[in-house]
Design a binder for this molecule. Structure first.
Ligand SMILES: Cc1cc2nc3c(=O)[nH]c(=O)nc-3n(C[C@H](O)[C@H](O)[C@H](O)COP(=O)(O)OP(=O)(O)OC[C@H]3O[C@@H](n4cnc5c(N)ncnc54)[C@H](O)[C@@H]3O)c2cc1C
Length: 374
């Protein structure tokens, strides 16, 4: 803890900060990560651990996700992080949803994906509930890690194998590179990467203010299915097609949105769409909802969870009445115009905020781009 001079100080030990620390350490830089909590307990451990490529917005986000997926493929085994399942199954229950998938299949982003007839999907993925389904998109690109433990493992591996120093339980109070003042020390760094996610009113609040960000609060659930239940991969359904930009920006998504507004008004009003992933112990992580505001209320309305669970039962053959064993909320900053803010308050400082709820899927790709241009 006596070392206070570094090539790079990273503020924040979530996945965005760790991705910057990893990228810099690979370049041989002397790196320190300063995290105000005793461990990372932010968005990065509360998410699905769903590393998603297919469905990410065309252009920067999709490109970053593809690169990040490759980096996860190198880092996860080295850091002892298990890949719990692979691939995405997105069931279309409405003709309008199938039309979106058909349009998606004609884009370059569908490379490696298959649009399956219902019978074929049922044969390959028996856990899917396909009553009334019109077709299923299968994407092989996705992986899932248990983010709750993976982030801590990644930090430990960066420390042990890559020589990154960590200072937990220490807030960064001021950055005026090369000077960095924390709650415990005065440090020095050639460069500083500020990866503070939801902390919009702290460091570089003035820079952040120009991006007109709001906070977005999500509901998450852990469900205990029947003993032999095995998901084939991550599962999504119609509502995801009007939320993930890789689908929602396609022309056919407008008709689907109009149909969903008639049939799923309450789900849309609560920003609900379905993601289900499975953990090593068989339990399912299920979500999510999206409520926006400057200070989202932390009071989790049971009705929101009921809607999420109803969508889960429509999409997978999990036993009725399966027990919810955990509930939590998570928060990320959200922008109406960009998936990621990369700001340069000065030559030596970069502020990097993922503003679209896609940080697990894109952070490694973003970090490489930040250093390539810095
Ligand atoms: C419920 C939920 C589900 C999601 N699901 C997915 C998913 O499946 N796939 C996906 O790709 N993305 C998902 N996301 C988005 C993803 O989790 C985020 O984009 C990502 O975790 C952001 O990483 P981060 O490092 O910026 O933030 P965080 O993990 O929140 O880390 C920021 C850290 O900065 C620290 N910090 C802040 N200020 C200071 C300071 N002054 N000094 C020191 N430390 C400071 C905080 O304590 C915190 O630990 C989800 C998000 C949520 C909330």
């Amino acid at each position: 803890m006596t070392d206070t001079r570094f090539d790079l100080i990273v503020v924040g030990a979530g996945i965005v900060g760790l991705a910057h620390a990893y990228t810099a350490a690979r370049q041989g830089l002397k790196v320190c990560v300063v995290e105000r909590d005793a461990a990372c307990v932010g968005a990065s451990i509360r998410n699905f651990g769903f590393i998603t490529v297919t469905g990410q917005g065309a252009g920067d986000t999709w490109r970053r996700a593809r690169r990040a997926r490759e980096v996860w493929g190198e880092v996860a085994p080295a850091a002892g992080i298990a890949t719990l399942h692979q691939g995405l199954w997105l069931s279309a229950f409405r003709p309008q949803a199938l039309a979106v998938l058909q349009e998606f299949m004609a884009t370059e982003m569908a490379e490696g994906c298959e649009l399956l007839a219902v019978g074929e999907a049922a044969r390959r993925a028996p856990a899917l509930e396909l009553a009334g389904a019109q077709g299923v998109l299968y994407s092989p690109h996705e992986i899932r890690v248990e983010s709750r433990t993976a982030i801590g493992r990644l930090a430990r591996w960066l420390a042990e194998a890559m020589g990154v120093q960590f200072r937990f339980g220490e807030a960064v109070l001021e950055v005026a590179a090369p000077r960095v003042r924390t709650s415990r020390a005065l440090m020095h760094a050639e460069r500083v990467a500020v990866c503070t996610n939801t902390d919009l009113n702290g460091l570089f609040a003035e820079s952040i203010a120009q991006y007109d960000l709001r906070l977005c609060l999500l509901h998450m659930l852990r469900v205990q299915p029947q003993d032999d239940f095995k998901l084939p991969g991550s599962v999504m359904s119609d509502l995801s097609l009007v939320r993930y930009h890789g689908y929602s920006k396609l022309p056919a998504a407008q008709k689907l949105l109009a149909q969903l507004q008639e049939e799923e008004g309450e789900a849309l009003a609560n920003g609900i769409h379905l993601i289900v992933v499975q953990s090593a112990d068989g339990s399912l992580v299920v979500g999510d909802s999206h409520h926006y505001g400057a200070a989202p209320e932390p009071f989790a309305d049971q009705r929101v969870d009921e809607i999420i669970l109803a969508h889960m039962h429509k999409a997978i053959k999990v036993a009725p009445g399966s027990r919810v064993s955990e509930r939590w909320v998570g928060i990320y900053p959200s922008s109406a115009t960009t998936d990621c803010v990369i700001d340069a308050p000065d030559d030596a400082t970069r502020l990097v905020l993922v503003t679209s709820g896609t940080g697990a899927s894109t952070a490694f790709g973003i970090a490489e781009e930040v250093f390539a241009a810095w």
